[in-house]
Design a binder for this molecule. Structure first.
Ligand SMILES: NC(=O)c1ccc[n+]([C@@H]2O[C@H](COP(=O)([O-])OP(=O)(O)OC[C@H]3O[C@@H](n4cnc5c(N)ncnc54)[C@H](O)[C@@H]3O)[C@@H](O)[C@H]2O)c1
Length: 254
């Protein structure tokens, strides 16, 4: 798919990989709507990159439906959806204080998995009614974000790993379901990417994490994620697959 001129929605666009993706797509000529619960953040970034901003809590059906309708009114139906909204709290299944509170597990599943599904269902429903973009019949592309934790969940990542593993499983299922509509579905599973998630860590901890990456021995840059999004959009044979973006890291138990 050509990026230029097409409408795009990026969730979790107030920071990290979502922000980098929104800026990248805007710089390539897409009409980008940035969605997040942090309205100030997306408004500022949207003003800087020439996009629009829409408050959206990805866990809420109504919030997503409203934000998608407003974005479509402004830019036309989104042909590109990149689901970057996510949270990553750490908690053992059984910690010092006893079993993990069930609501904590549910909250992570709600934002990471149900939020991804929520955006996908609303955007794909709108896309199906649009004309194809080319002679092959492509109507749009959905890119979800998992994590290497889907495969090598560390101790303390029970909820996070579960949510990301489910996003991996959803990839081929959704790609099969949407094939007849010309909608591709891809997932990126990042390793360690330098986003605000890591800014608060002591330098020593960050360095030790970076040393676990076989090559290159550093954190990934959010722009490297955004460029992979660009490649997926432009390479039509990529469908129903998960791509690790991780410098060959295989996470250790802790
Ligand atoms: N940074 C990493 O190393 C890394 C590695 C693997 C996977 N990931 C995943 O990549 C995605 C982006 O991560 P990041 O590091 O850029 O994180 P980030 O914290 O910088 O950005 C996440 C954004 O999601 C938004 N968000 C949270 N809950 C939301 C909700 N209910 N509705 C709408 N927006 C909401 C936040 O406000 C924030 O702006 C996440 O799914 C994360 O799990 C990150």
């Amino acid at each position: 798919m050509q990026i230029k001129g097409n409408a795009a929605v990026v969730t979790g666009a107030a920071s990290g990989m979502g922000e980098a993706t929104a800026r990248f797509l805007a710089s390539r000529g897409a009409k980008v709507c940035l969605m997040d619960v942090k309205l100030d953040g997306i408004q500022k970034i949207a003003a800087e990159c020439g996009g629009s901003a829409g408050y959206c809590d990805v866990t809420s059906a109504e919030s997503m439906e409203q934000a998608a309708a407003e974005a479509a009114q402004e830019n036309g139906t989104a042909r590109i959806l990149v689901n970057c909204a996510g949270i990553a709290p750490a908690h053992r299944i059984v910690g010092r204080d006893g079993p993990m509170p069930l609501d904590e597990f549910k909250r992570v599943i709600d934002v990471n998995l149900i939020g991804t599904f929520n955006a996908m269902r609303v955007m794909a429903a709108a896309l199906r009614n649009e004309q194809p973009l080319d002679a092959v019949g492509e109507r749009g592309v959905i890119i979800n974000v998992a994590s290497v934790s889907a495969y090598e969940g560390q101790i303390g990542q029970a909820a996070y790993s579960s949510s990301k593993g489910a996003i991996v499983a959803l990839t081929i299922q959704a790609a099969r379901e949407f094939a007849s509509a010309g909608i591709r579905v891809m997932t990126i599973a990042p390793g360690l990417i330098a986003t605000p998630l890591f800014f608060g860590m002591p330098e020593g901890v960050r360095q030790s994490l970076a040393n676990q990456v076989p090559f290159p021995k550093r954190f990934g840059d959010p722009d490297e994620f955004a460029r992979l999004v660009g490649h997926i959009l432009e390479n039509q044979m990529l469908n129903g697959e998960v791509i690790r973006l991780d410098g060959a890291i295989r996470m250790q138990p802790r």
